[in-house]
Every structure is written in structure tokens, then in C-alpha cells.
Design a protein around this ligand. Structure first.
Ligand code: FES
Ligand code: FES
Length: 163
């Protein structure tokens, strides 16, 4: 099968790759670009562990063909930085307010869901900086967590919004 010439901006950096056109965005991020923060949980759009931002909107990267993302801007958890300049994120070794709140509130246990939760929460707060608890629960409805019972995750996002 002929290769597809893919152009993406990933975490602010232009990337060009020749890929198998059947590969998903998650495959390309993890296997071609060695960005392992987006996790493969269900591989069927149900768990949200693979969530990244595509042109600023949260997507399940396991469901998207990378070729369909050609020319677009991808933000993964590796590109999330502390304070919000242009794209919601700060400096190496520091945490974004959402990440810090997840740690402080106990919203992380095994951490498998956490990168997806972080990306979904950042997208939510970019769109709605002062969400209600119900809005937070709705915004994170696509992100499954087997460990925390969600209460602490929701508390963390509410706390990040206040911060
Ligand atoms: S791995 Fe993509 S939604 Fe579960
Ligand atoms: S912290 Fe374990 S799945 Fe969410």
C-alpha cells in the first residue's frame, strides 16, 4: 500500500511523516513519534485514555485515522505546560493547574486514565473556565477511571478552575 505523507503540528512542533494510511492518530503518536502519554485502553472509543486535543478539541485518537488529521494541530499530554499562555499550557518539570490539582486532591491512583482526563479537563476549562460540578461530570463523561470513583477527579477539576 502506498504511504501517506502526513503533516502535523504536534505540541507546537511541525512534524512530517510517511505513514501507512490505515494507522490511527494514536498509532502515529505512540509508535512513530514516541509520544506514549496517550494510552491505548479500549481501542474502540469508549474509555478516553487516548484523548488528545485536535485543533483544540478533545478527540479519542484511537478512532481517528491519522491521515484524516493531516495539516492539523495536535496537543498531547507531553505538550501540556504549567501556566496558560497561548495554548493552555508552561515549563518543563512543572505541572499544569489541572495536573497539580489531580495530584493534590488524590485524583490519580494507577494513573492509566490520567493523561486522557488531563486533556479532557483542559479542553473543558478552555471552553468554560468556571464550570459547575455537573458540567465537569459531563465534560469528563467520556473518560473512564477504574480507580478513583470520579469524586476526587471532579473535585480536582473544580479546584483547578478556581485556581
Ligand atoms: S483507547 Fe481510545 S477511547 Fe479507549
Ligand atoms: S487512576 Fe486508575 S484508571 Fe484512573
Amino acid at each position: 500500500m502506498p504511504k501517506f505523507h502526513l503533516t502535523l503540528t504536534v505540541n507546537g512542533e511541525p512534524r512530517e511523516l510517511l505513514i501507512d494510511p490505515r494507522r490511527t492518530l494514536l498509532d502515529v503518536l505512540r509508535n512513530n513519534l514516541d509520544l506514549r502519554g496517550a494510552h491505548r485502553g479500549c481501542d474502540s472509543g469508549d474509555c478516553g485514555a487516548c484523548t488528545v486535543l485536535l485543533d483544540g478539541l478533545p478527540v479519542t485518537s484511537c478512532l481517528l485515522l491519522a491521515a484524516d488529521c493531516d495539516g492539523m494541530d495536535v496537543l498531547t499530554v507531553e505538550g501540556v505546560l504549567p501556566s496558560p499562555p497561548a495554548r493552555g499550557v508552561g515549563g518543563e518539570g512543572e505541572l499544569h493547574p489541572v495536573q497539580r490539582a489531580l495530584v493534590e486532591k488524590g485524583g490519580i491512583q494507577c494513573g492509566f486514565c490520567t493523561p486522557g482526563v488531563v486533556m479532557a479537563a483542559i479542553a473543558l476549562l478552555n471552553d468554560n473556565p468556571r464550570p459547575t460540578e455537573e458540567e465537569v461530570r459531563l465534560g469528563l463523561a467520556g473518560n473512564l477511571c477504574r480507580c478513583t470513583g470520579y469524586k476526587k477527579i471532579v473535585e480536582a477539576v473544580m479546584s483547578a478552575a478556581e485556581a
